[in-house]
Design a protein around this ligand. Structure first.
Ligand code: NAI
Length: 327
């Protein structure tokens, strides 16, 4: 069976070659992202394998259907970049619902600790034999309040780690987990009381720009914002204004609304056109990683194994438990 694999990186190739060994799959790895211009590369393939910044809009999916593609296998948890309404009844979409939620939760904590203990500054200073501590004062997490938005698999891992620090944990979820013992509060309470806020909910119409100008006005002064979920949960201009006015004390971002043309690529030799991103990166209290939170050996192995299983199961049985949309 031939699979067109879009937006491939060296680490994808090695994990998928390992997971598909001896399984009679012919994977063609393409560096190009999937969109209506590149869909043609899937000619002759029964399946396309796509990632977070591929564009699976109506136009692209229509082209895939015309080429005879029978399955869209997302190698990620989120599927906000797929036009599911259009796919319904035409082509099934499968995904990887879970693969080491620890990878993302631990990355969120890594960014938080880096930011509040100024490790990013200290690292550069000591490399230059500058051993001064001036300006590196941080704060204890113990006893601080963290607001967690989205208490699913990743949110729970994050909550468990925060519990270990002795933090007071406030939670918000549209579908609170019954009998979880978690302290669910309103969104307003999260905004008003949290010293740290971390986003772990999916991007939907409801959560689009959930952090916006109006919300910035409600935040506790000095709050640290962490986003390892999806960029468009945050209105980046509102975030920038909040940082400039000192309302927001720090931001730890692994995702950015306009990341699709930049993240996962080396554009260091180019002029960055995005002024908001450039200004955010220039801030001493912003830590930005380029959608790296999932990138652990365990997560890559989990993604590749589940994706290969999804594809084989679908073509053998005509269904798959990880289907988000029935074809
Ligand atoms: P999950 O499905 O286990 O949990 C999501 C939680 O969000 C659920 O409890 C759900 O009830 C809640 N939720 C849904 N709508 C909501 C709303 N309107 N407001 C508040 N909460 C809402 O998902 P998981 O595995 O924990 O992943 C969370 C997100 O993390 C994904 O949607 C994805 O966007 C992101 N992610 C980021 C990665 C990265 O590398 N940066 C890697 C993997 C996932």
């Amino acid at each position: 069976m031939k699979i067109a694999f879009f937006d491939s990186k060296p680490y994808d190739i090695s994990s998928f070659e390992k997971a598909s060994k001896g399984k009679n799959l012919n994977i063609k790895f393409y560096e190009s992202k999937l969109n209506s211009d590149t869909a043609e590369l899937a000619k002759g393939s029964e399946c396309v394998c796509a990632f977070v910044n591929d564009t699976l809009d109506k136009e692209t999916v229509e082209k895939l259907l015309n080429l005879g593609v029978k399955l869209i296998a997302m190698r990620c948890a989120g599927y906000n970049n797929v036009d599911l309404d259009f796919c319904k009844g035409k082509i099934p979409v499968v995904r990887v619902p879970a693969y080491s939620p620890y990878s993302v939760a631990e990355h969120a904590i890594a960014m938080l600790m880096t930011s509040i203990r100024r490790i990013h500054k200290a690292y550069i200073r000591t490399k230059d034999f500058n051993f001064s501590l001036n300006g590196l004062t941080g704060f204890d997490l113990h006893g601080k309040t963290v607001g967690v938005i989205g208490t699913g698999k990743i949110g729970r891992c994050f909550i468990n780690i925060c519990g270990g620090f002795g933090m007071n944990i406030l939670c918000y979820d549209k579908f609170p987990a019954k009998d979880s013992g978690l302290n669910y509060v309103s969104l307003d309470e999260i905004w008003e009381k949290s010293d740290v806020i971390s986003f772990h909910c999916p991007l939907t119409d409801e959560t689009y720009h959930i952090l916006n100008d109006e919300v910035v006005g409600k935040l506790k002064k000095g709050v640290v914002i962490i986003n390892t979920s999806r960029g468009a949960l945050i209105d980046a201009e509102a975030l920038l204004d909040g940082i400039k006015t000192r309302k927001i004390g720090a931001a730890c971002l692994d995702v950015y609304e306009e990341e699709s043309e930049l993240f996962f690529r080396d554009v260091s030799g180019h002029i960055l056109e995005d002024d908001v991103l450039a200004r955010l990166i220039s801030m001493p209290n912003v830590i930005l990683t380029s959608h790296q939170a999932f990138l652990t050996e365990e997560a890559l192995e989990g993604i590749a194994t589940t994706t290969v299983d999804n594809i084989l199961t679908y073509f053998e049985t005509g269904k798959c438990e990880n289907e988000v949309c029935v074809g």
